[in-house]
Ligand binder design. Structure first.
Ligand code: NAD
Length: 460
């Protein structure tokens, strides 16, 4: 495998040198082929996602197939515009001259994806890499094996296999990949592995984009109108347990609310959970399963501490055989317990009460910068305060998760939650180098720029 990896990267580099991937035709053909791949293999994708995560086909369509189609269609219609040289004004001092900014592909790029949205998190960055004219290796997550082998088997049937390769495997393969020289590494995963990736990249000064995670808070302010309160809680349930049963980087990790509203909130959360997943969620076909035993045990361990277990106000039942953990709500678990210090990435929702909702800002700021902050509020002053006093990858008011689907917004973290951004034009930029070009001509010279100089100041 070690030699194979080296050979593959060498072949890709040779192919990149042919310049074929730079043409707009090649980029558009690949994006079209990617759309065909997704359209013609919907059933196989549903099957793989069900096998790996128990995803319902509607959820699989919404979060994976649909998201990829939207991105590919957007890139297909914009790529020519994105590629076009951008004119730049040149200061009078350097006239006569023309300036332009040319986007060029970086070259040979490596994409590591995660298991929670195993199709979309592999194909969405690929769309950016293709649009920018690169050659690519995708390393899907070994923790979603059915999706990983679907990608490995299907991509060569549709895309230019001289330019786009899938290499499957676990940590050993990742280490081999990181020994190679890349022109860009795009990584989706945990901060722990991200630092391994970044150290390896540093050896060759390879730029990285790190799409990581963390604890994303949701703030629920007082919403006196019952319909507002109901809609907010519905969106909270949708954002917590809807995408992959809470195994989502921008899923709600914990919920901040004023103490006086907590019982009403818990009652409504329970009601909506029942409405979405039935009286016995274990029997529900619309809630994903935990990805594997290791993550199942990790989540169960978060509940083991007696003080944490005592804080459960809803749910808490687990079924190892079916890798199922009931939607579980905890009220004020100890703040120094792992459930409040580590990313949960699963179906447990701690509610943290504060005296005044403004105190949630201090709470958030005492922790690493999250990938997303959600705030349900109609108070414009509070909104401004959240925006100006906190730092996070994104902020969404009065909804959850929807920012991921907006190609017009950059998607990425800050601090502990990541480096760089992608989606839409941001993906194109992430996989491009913007080359500054200046066209001068050979008339008009400013002689004082050359020696010999006197002691006088340089003046034009
Ligand atoms: P992970 O870090 O364990 O794995 C991510 C990728 O790294 C996989 O492809 C894996 O094969 C590879 N890898 C594993 N060990 C490696 C090693 N030693 N060297 C190099 N590569 C290695 O993360 P995960 O369990 O797949 O995902 C969970 C994390 O990812 C969470 O923190 C979550 O928040 C984050 N995440 C972020 C986003 C986002 O878009 N920001 C999306 C999904 C998940």
């Amino acid at each position: 495998m070690d030699i194979e990896v080296e050979e593959t990267v060498g072949e890709l580099r040779q192919y990149f040198k042919t310049g074929k991937t730079k043409s707009v035709i090649w980029r558009k053909n690949q994006l079209t082929a990617l759309l065909d791949l997704v359209h013609e293999n919907e059933d196989a994708i549903f099957k793989a996602l069900h096998q790996d995560l128990g995803k319902h086909p509607v959820e699989a369509y919404r979060d994976e197939i649909g998201a990829v189609e939207k991105s590919a269609n957007n890139s297909l219609s914009c790529v020519e515009k994105w590629m076009a040289p951008k004119k730049s004004n040149i200061p009078l001092l350097f006239q006569p001259a023309k300036g332009e900014v040319l986007s060029e592909p970086l070259g040979v790029v490596l994409i590591f994806s995660s298991w929670n949205f195993p199709i979309m998190l592999a194909l969405d960055p690929l769309i950016g890499a293709i649009s920018a004219g690169n050659v690519v290796v995708i390393k899907p997550s070994e923790q979603a094996p059915a999706c990983s082998s679907f990608l490995a088997n299907t991509i060569p049937l549709y895309l230019d296999s001289n330019a786009i390769k899938v290499i499957e495997g676990g940590a050993h393969v990742c280490e081999q990949l990181l020994l190679q020289k890349w022109d860009k590494i795009f990584f989706t995963g945990s901060p722990r592995v991200a630092s391994i990736v970044m150290s390896a990249a540093a050896k060759n000064l390879t730029p990285v984009t790190l799409e990581l995670g963390g604890k994303c808070p949701a703030i629920l302010d007082s919403l006196p109108k019952p319909s507002d309160f109901k809609l907010a809680v519905k969106r909270i349930v949708g954002g917590k347990w809807g995408p992959c049963s809470g195994q989502a980087c921008i899923g709600i990790d914990y919920l901040l609310v004023e103490e006086k509203f907590s019982s009403a909130l818990i009652e409504l959360l329970k009601k909506i959970i029942r409405r979405f997943y039935g009286e016995n969620p274990k029997e529900s076909k619309v809630i994903s399963r935990i990805v594997n035993k290791q993550h199942f045990k990790r989540l169960c361990n978060l509940l083991k501490d007696p003080l944490v277990a005592n804080s459960i106000v809803h749910g808490g039942s687990v079924d190892e055989e079916n890798l199922f953990i009931e939607p579980t709500i905890l009220l004020d678990p100890p703040l120094d317990s792992p459930i409040m210090t580590e990313e949960i990435f699963g179906s447990l929702l701690p509610i943290i009460t504060v005296n005044k909702i403004q105190g949630s800002i201090e709470f958030i700021n005492a922790r690493p910068k999250p990938l997303a902050i959600y705030a349900f509020t109609k108070d414009e002053t509070f909104k401004r305060q959240i925006l100006s006093e906190t730092s996070s990858g994104s902020v969404v008011f009065n909804d959850t998760m929807v920012q991921f689907l907006c190609d017009s917004l950059p998607f990425g973290g800050v601090g502990q939650s990541g480096i760089g951004r992608y989606h839409g034009k941001y993906s194109f930029d992430t996989f491009s180098h913007e080359k500054a070009v200046m066209h001068r001509n050979l008339i008009l010279e400013i002689e004082p720029r050359y020696p010999p100089w006197s002691n006088f100041k340089l003046e034009f």
